[in-house]
Design a protein. Structure first.
Length: 344
């Protein structure tokens, strides 16, 4: 848990909740922050005694400082990880959800929950994901990839922006290509706002996506093993389901199951399963969609390590299917043990 992405706080909140849930099921659980090392029970209590998820994500300076400690900390904890039956990954974003940690665990022969390193990397890269969605008949909004020059006031930057808007129209969504939790994301409604939005997104990633904004309803489908969970609808207080709406209580209404027809439910669940297979995911994931005003579904992205906090969507979807949170965590563990040949 934890780590050094902009979603660090969310990951800590997820990890602490999963830790407690698995302990209630009788498991021996050790909590590890990949940036700080093993957490004692006193460390856990200290974190839980305060508001874990802050209103804004950690600054880039804080994250860069912690990032230097990740490899030394992982080297210290690898011996204890080898003794574990399974590593439950509660990391989100960055070097945690992008396949980096998964590759390290694969090299060390350590079993873990969720998707493998290649699938994790594919899902984190929104550009590559969209290409695979299109190849597998999962509709997604049209997009363009911005270069660093596109955020400048040069002729090349101006020409790129003009071409992008001519193709995509307004409004557009500008976002880092390999981030989550809407960190660095902007909805641009006026042409003059595109340049600063691209510059803002480049603060969080070396690749930035410009995507046609799909007006409509926001839906989400959890995948657990081979099953699609009940479809949920997110109704945020803001125009988009941003960081504050996701992690601050009362900033969004989440309905499980979503108030859509049976045919629409079946259709979007099948699209979610198709997206899951297209990215070669395993274990569990959350696939997000926009349903346009005409009833068409557009896949936004796949989350390979979705949030497990009190306000997160996968736990709510599982609850709608009659799966309480501790059981959800244990199912994720058992699916992973089977995938790594350690079931039984």
């Amino acid at each position: 848990m934890g780590g050094t992405s902009a979603e660090r706080d969310v990951s800590l909140a997820s990890g602490l909740r999963v830790t407690e849930a698995l302990r209630t099921k009788g498991h021996d659980v050790v909590a590890i922050d990949t940036a700080r090392g093993t957490l004692s029970r006193d460390d856990e209590r200290a974190l839980l005694a305060k508001k874990v998820v802050q209103p804004k994500p950690p600054s880039q300076e804080e994250l860069r400082s912690m990032a230097r400690e990740t490899l030394p900390q992982m080297q210290r904890v690898l011996p204890s990880l080898r003794e574990a039956d399974i590593v439950f990954l509660g990391l989100h974003g960055g070097a945690g959800e992008d396949g980096t940690i998964q590759a390290l665990l694969d090299l060390a022969g350590i079993a873990y929950t969720g998707s493998g390193h290649l699938a994790s990397a594919l899902a984190m890269d929104k550009d590559l994901s969209k290409h695979l969605f299109v190849r597998n008949d999962v509709r997604t909004a049209e997009w363009a990839m911005a270069s660093p020059e596109s955020a400048e006031k040069s002729d090349a930057g101006r020409i790129f922006r003009e071409k992008s808007l001519a193709t995509l129209g307004l409004p557009v969504v500008v976002k880092p290509s390999k981030q989550g939790s809407t960190v660095g994301l902007s909805v641009v409604k006026k042409a003059e706002d595109l340049t600063p939005a691209i510059a803002e997104a480049f603060q969080y990633d070396d690749e930035v996506m410009i995507e046609r904004f799909i007006a409509g309803r926001e839906l989400t489908v959890g995948i657990l093993g081979d099953d699609a969970l009940p479809v949920g609808e997110i109704i945020p207080k803001h125009e988009i389901y941003d960081y504050e709406c996701k992690y601050q209580a009362g900033m969004a209404v989440e309905e499980f199951p979503a108030k859509i027809t049976r045919a629409q439910t079946s259709a979007v669940q099948e699209l979610a399963r198709r997206a899951f297979r297209a990215l070669k995911l395993r274990g569990y994931a959350r696939i997000d969609f926009r349903m346009s005003e005409s009833g068409e579904f557009f896949c936004l992205e796949a989350n390979t390590l979705p949030g497990m906090t009190q306000t997160s969507l996968i736990p709510q979807a599982a609850a709608a299917a009659g799966i309480e949170f501790p059981e959800l965590c244990e199912r994720i563990v058992r699916i992973a043990l089977d995938a790594h040949g350690k079931g039984g």
